[in-house]
Design a protein. Structure first.
Length: 278
């Protein structure tokens, strides 16, 4: 076994212990992890897109915005999460519009990093169903990621998006989606004792969102000519490299839960309640 492979394995084990331990504990421990993930994502985004070197003033606001969002995630009120995120993104849009040196990567980075932080915290929440919901999302995303890789390697075939990620195939995407649905069904049955059509549909949607998220980060890295989003995780690259599939899946779960709540009577108690149709 090579030294690099050993490093990757050790790093993966340490990350799994931290993330799953915080997920199990919930509360402040998990919210701190969410805040750290959001801040690190923005750090890598600003470095990749050149915000840190070319748009110093805008990047300073970006850091301020993420600090506010992360701080509210840990210490503030859950009801303020969306208004704060929306206000920060809107302000960044104004800065971009009225500044000749502005760039749309600024509001994009605040939205991407901020929503990652907010959606993760909202899914886990502080109750038992939040734990089940977070494990459900993990199962779908990890099942999708693992089987998409192995099925794609084994079967090959037409490329999914050759200009963005030449290694991904349609066979891998279909295999990953199938595995995501199965993993989600197992997680749902373990948590709720049943698996319905709603669960299957949600798992499929999250699996597809996860694969789109993976392609999105590949596009960002290819656009700016970088291999890895960072070097903070030994043997793995950056945080964005590790949570790429998770990000859009959490976005989808959170946004749909909010949307259904708005369209309904506003009685949705949590994202977990939406995911399990309770």
């Amino acid at each position: 076994m090579s030294q690099e492979l050993k490093l990757r394995i050790v790093s993966a084990i340490v990350l799994a212990v931290i993330v799953l331990g915080a997920t199990w504990m919930g509360g402040a421990a998990f919210r701190i992890v969410c805040a750290v993930i959001g801040l690190l994502i923005y750090s890598e985004w600003s470095t990749i897109t050149g915000l840190a070197s070319r748009v110093v003033g805008g990047n300073a606001f970006g850091w301020f915005a993420l600090a506010v969002i992360a701080g509210n995630t840990v210490f503030g009120a859950e009801d303020l999460a969306i208004p704060l995120l929306g206000g920060c993104v809107f302000t960044a849009v104004l800065l971009t519009v009225f500044n000749r040196s502005g760039t749309w990567w600024l509001p994009g980075g605040i939205l991407y990093a901020g929503l990652s932080c907010v959606s993760l915290a909202a899914i886990r929440d502080d109750d038992h169903i939040g734990l089940a919901a977070m494990l459900f999302v993990f199962a779908v995303v990890w099942g999708t990621d693992i089987l998409a890789y192995f099925v794609g390697r084994a079967i090959g075939g037409p490329k999914l998006a050759p200009r963005i990620s030449p290694g991904k195939t349609w066979s891998g995407a279909i295999g990953g989606a199938s595995a995501g649905v199965i993993a989600g069904a197992i997680a749902s049955y373990s948590a709720a004792g049943s698996v319905g059509l709603w669960t299957v549909a949600i798992a499929l949607m999250l699996s597809v969102s996860s694969q789109i998220s993976d392609l999105f980060e590949s596009f960002i890295k290819r656009r700016f000519g970088v291999k890895d989003s960072g070097r903070i995780i030994p043997g793995h690259g950056g945080v964005m490299d590790r949570v790429d599939g998770l990000v859009f899946a959490c976005f989808a779960a959170f946004i749909l839960a909010v949307w259904f709540s708005v369209l309904g009577d506003g009685s949705l108690s949590s994202v977990g309640a939406f995911l399990f149709n309770r």
